[in-house]
Design a protein around this ligand. Structure first.
Ligand SMILES: Nc1ncnc2c1ncn2[C@@H]1O[C@H](COP(=O)(O)OP(=O)(O)OP(=O)(O)O)[C@@H](O)[C@H]1O
Length: 455
């Protein structure tokens, strides 16, 4: 167990759980003492202090309730004990109305201390009304059943359109990950594009376990001259509120303004939200007028994303970032965005519409880690690297193995119409090439599908 996880998951410092890990507790306490001495807090502190604030001070509750009468929590399965305790305290002691959504089967952040069982615990309370959704509007029925078989648990999910056709393919490829990526590019993608009129690259995703696999896939996709967006840790910039806002402004300026997609009002509200210091109503009005004028002047049918971002920065954004120290981390991502868009950068040729549509862009193939695919959906999902030693790792403790299985489940449930599972039967490790066979998840899934067909 690492230091961060120890701090995040054990809240009571006098408990046996804290003290029994003597060395870890000493390190954690020494680290925290150093933070306090230098007047710093780290990300874990934000949650730990928040938890202490609401737990130890009753007066905070009515204040929170007055300002936030309703608390909505999405992806509840990703919460750890500290956030869970905050939610319970403000909802059940503080009278804040709670609306929580989640799916324990998609809990894939156990390594950060997240625990899907906390959602179950919440749902089992007598004062909580539990609503279990059963109808799946996303995936064709065979995909819904296959996902349940992959999970190994009957959940009773039904597709809303039982007649929709699906492709579920187990594909063995020579040449490891390179061969799998090459096969996806040369065979699966062209066939998928041809299979449905109007389908575009943006309706297809390639999912992989980590950024190293992402590099291999990106290389194959780039070699075939396909446009793609990559959402993982080596993406050119991270998605933060400011970069999302810039992308949405780009979507609006590239033609979205005609149909109010996105709405200008939302862009303006988010702009005001970036100001941490309180601004007067008059100031806010002036800002909004200037921003509306600026965005209106930046509308173009076609143009380079680079010019747009430069104008937005010169016009207003740089001044905001300079004035708001709280935006420092986000400004760094805006700088990374500008660098990626600059001549010679990986996104140098990106046009405005594509910047606006980088999430769900109709013309860009999506390359994502399984973790970042959560919450997304595509017509066609291609999962690569489904070999033992990659997904799952070879020797995993049972709890880790269960999480790997859920990761596989998350991948499968992203697909609307087609799911392609690629493997080679071996993995390349530091110790050389290991012929451990394909993922046991595939063996089980195929056997269960066969069994169901035979019945
Ligand atoms: N009542 C409905 N009628 C028609 N389509 C719906 C309905 N509810 C959801 N959908 C569609 O089903 C798809 C999945 O919905 P959504 O993304 O909200 O599911 P989710 O539970 O968050 O899924 P996951 O957690 O697996 O990502 C979306 O394309 C959504 O538009």
């Amino acid at each position: 167990m690492d230091l961060g996880r120890h701090r995040r998951s054990i809240l009571d410092r006098t408990s046996e759980a804290w003290t029994s890990e003597e060395e870890l507790a000493a390190w954690a306490e020494g680290y925290e003492a150093e933070l306090r001495r230098t007047g710093l807090v780290d990300f874990d502190d934000l949650v730990i202090f928040g938890q202490r604030l609401v737990s130890e001070h009753d007066w905070v509750l009515p204040l929170l309730q007055a300002k936030f009468p309703v608390l909505a929590v999405d992806e509840y399965q990703d919460l750890g004990v500290a956030l869970h305790r905050i939610v319970k305290r403000v909802a059940f002691d503080g009278g804040v109305r709670l609306f929580a959504v989640g799916d324990p089967d998609q809990s894939i952040y156990g390594f950060t201390g997240a625990d899907g069982a906390l959602l179950q615990e919440l749902a089992e309370r007598e004062d909580v009304e539990r609503v279990q959704l059963q109808l799946n509007y996303r995936s064709a029925s065979r995909i819904v059943s296959a996902s349940e078989m992959a999970l190994g648990e009957a959940r009773g999910y039904q597709s809303n359109d039982p007649d929709r056709q699906a492709v579920i393919a187990f594909v063995e490829c020579d040449d490891g990950l390179e061969g799998q990526a090459a096969h996806a590019v040369a065979e699966i993608i062209p066939a998928a594009l041809a299979a449905k009129p109007g389908r575009a690259l943006g309706d297809i995703a390639i999912l992989y376990r980590d950024y190293r696999a992402g590099d291999v896939v990106a290389e194959a996709v780039a070699a075939a001259d396909l446009d793609f967006v990559r959402v993982d840790t080596v993406a050119p910039y991270r998605k933060v509120a400011l970069t999302n806002w810039i992308e949405d402004c780009a979507a609006w300026c590239a033609g979205g303004w005609r149909e109010a997609r996105p709405q200008l009002r939302g862009l303006l509200d988010r702009w005001i939200g970036f100001h941490r210091a309180r601004i007067s109503d008059a100031q806010a009005r002036t800002e909004l007028q200037s921003l509306t004028r600026l965005l209106w002047s930046l509308r173009v049918e076609e143009g380079l994303a680079r010019d747009f971002v430069a104008s937005l920065r010169d016009g207003m954004l740089d001044a905001l970032m300079a004035a708001e120290p709280s935006l420092a981390d986000q400004s760094e991502q805006v700088d990374r965005m500008s660098t990626a868009l600059a001549a010679g950068g990986p996104l140098a040729d990106l046009d405005l519409a594509s910047l606006g549509g980088r999430d769900g862009s109709p013309v860009h193939l999506n390359l994502l880690t399984l973790h970042s695919a959560k919450g997304c959906e595509y017509d066609v999902v291609i999962m690569v690297g489904l070999d033992l030693g990659s997904l799952p790792w070879r020797s995993e403790l049972p709890a880790v193995r269960r999480e790997s299985r859920r990761l596989f489940y998350v991948g499968l449930t992203r697909a609307r119409d087609e799911i392609h599972m690629l493997y080679s039967g071996y993995v390349d490790t530091r110790g050389g090439r290991m012929y451990w066979g394909r993922s046991p998840f595939l063996n089980e899934l195929e056997a269960r599908m066969q069994e169901a067909e035979d019945e």
